[in-house]
Ligand binder design. Structure first.
Ligand SMILES: O=C(O)C1=C[C@@H](OP(=O)(O)O)[C@@H](O)[C@H](O)C1
Ligand SMILES: C=C(OP(=O)(O)O)C(=O)O
Length: 412
């Protein structure tokens, strides 16, 4: 249990690397023939899971502080492969592994064991490899080779399967065409295509509905400086705008990350936020309720809910249906735990209404969900008394340095 007391925040936070970028780069480096370098990698659990996966699949990895050197090879040393708790890694490595002729089993732990995997099965089987889940869940067994051809997939639940298929596609025997209906979380596909291009593979994207990857393309080694994580930065940007003055470093509006949209939301709420060269500055401001569609940036819901709690009036957030299958059912988790702090959250279909008020002292359950723990800590800054947070160590899934970074900016 962690306790965070109401406090002003002041100073500078340097945001660690994006786990979305780093996991994709690790997979591409494993598939490249030659040596790739990832500078400034994130050492969060999801990235370490991806790195471990690359090792299990045959890559040689040298881990140094601030630098991972990965020499690609794709010959698994084991038939049972674990993706830890990383949703992206299981959705990305399952299609990749299904390009091999050998039979492999992929598994994971924690919340990953209850997250839906059925879409992977349907998609991979259409491309001529065999994929079997366990009643739609882990473990998953795959056997290739992946022939290629056309797959029709539903993109409404998650974009991660499309990311996995795109990453695997250049290893198929023939060209791959992916027809995607109702794609959500689109910016994550932009990150996938960007990383693939950096590693030498081209993807043709027709209006986010039809994607084509030509066969016989090779991943090539690349030296990448991983950019900072907008998803983690969002908590500190909200902290600054509700409770003090912060400079948040290592983020840029040039990023393709979905969660840079937090800047739009802060501006809509009337928050003072300015961009400098590689950083943003935020300052406590009178905040008013706002309306924001987070369908394509679902990971922003927890920090957005905190921002909304600090606003005068009732804020509307759209995109609730995107939250059911994250590390927790995040819509329910936000509703239940904010209620404990006296913040009313009403859910109507795809919409969430949050009424601004001073949060009261309570204990909030994190559900072992990193973004719930970070939201509770941020909410505590403006509470009338301290807020307790259960299993605070869960922040390590995306942001192991979070508690230390928060402590550094608290004005005791
Ligand atoms: O591709 C990625 O890096 C991610 C995609 C998103 O998932 P969905 O596509 O399932 O929304 C996001 O929620 C997740 O944290 C990371
Ligand atoms: C949902 C998340 O990640 P993943 O799906 O990759 O586990 C997240 O980081 O909030």
């Amino acid at each position: 249990m962690k306790e965070v007391r109401p406090s002003e925040v002041k100073g500078t936070v340097c945001i660690p690397a994006s786990k979305s970028v780093v996991q994709r780069a690790v997979a591409a480096a494993m598939l490249a023939r030659g040596t790739s370098i990832i500078h400034n990698p994130s050492t969060c659990n999801d990235c370490l899971a991806a790195l471990n996966m690359a090792r299990q699949l045959g890559a040689t990895v040298v881990e140094e502080p601030n630098r991972w050197t990965i020499t690609g090879d794709f010959r698994p040393s084991s038939t049972e492969l674990s993706c830890g708790e990383a949703g992206l890694s299981i959705r990305m490595f399952t299609p990749i592994v299904s390009t091999l002729a050998t039979k492999q089993t992929l598994t994971g732990h924690g919340s990953l064991t209850t997250r839906p995997m059925g879409g992977l099965e349907e998609a991979i089987n259409q491309l001529g490899a065999t994929c079997q889940t366990t009643n739609g869940l882990l473990p998953i067994t795959v056997q290739g080779p992946m022939m290629g051809g056309t797959a029709n997939i539903d993109g409404s639940l998650s974009s991660q399967i499309l990311t996995g298929l795109l990453m695997a596609a250049p290893l198929a025997k023939q060209d791959v065409t992916l027809n995607v209906a109702n794609l959500k979380s689109r910016p994550y596909i932009d990150i996938t295509i960007e990383v693939m291009l950096q590693f030498g593979v081209e993807v043709e994207n027709n209006s986010y509905q039809h994607f084509r990857v030509k066969a016989n393309q090779q991943y090539k080694p690349y030296e990448l400086r991983a950019e900072g994580d907008w998803s983690g930065a969002a908590f500190f940007l909200v902290a600054g705008v509700i409770a003090g003055k912060l400079r948040v470093e290592n983020i840029s509006s040039a990023s393709k990350q979905a969660d840079k949209e937090i800047v739009t939301a802060i501006k809509l709420a009337g928050g003072r936020i300015t961009e400098g060269n590689g950083f943003f500055e935020v300052e406590k401001s009178p905040l008013k309720a706002f309306s924001f569609d987070a369908t394509n940036c679902p990971d922003l819901f927890p920090p957005l809910a905190v921002l909304a709690a600090a606003c005068k009036g009732t804020t509307l957030l759209k995109g609730v249906s995107r939250l059911t299958h994250k590390e927790s059912n995040r819509a329910m988790a936000i509703q239940n735990e904010f209620a404990k702090a006296g913040i009313s959250v009403v859910i109507e279909g795809d919409e969430m209404y949050i009424k601004g008020a001073t949060p009261k002292s309570c204990t909030m359950e994190s559900y072992n969900d990193h973004r719930m723990a970070m939201a509770a800590a941020t909410l505590a800054l403006i509470a009338s008394g301290q807020i307790g947070i259960t299993t605070p160590e869960c922040v390590a899934k995306s942001y192991p340095e979070f508690w230390e970074h928060l402590e550094n900016v608290l004005e005791h």
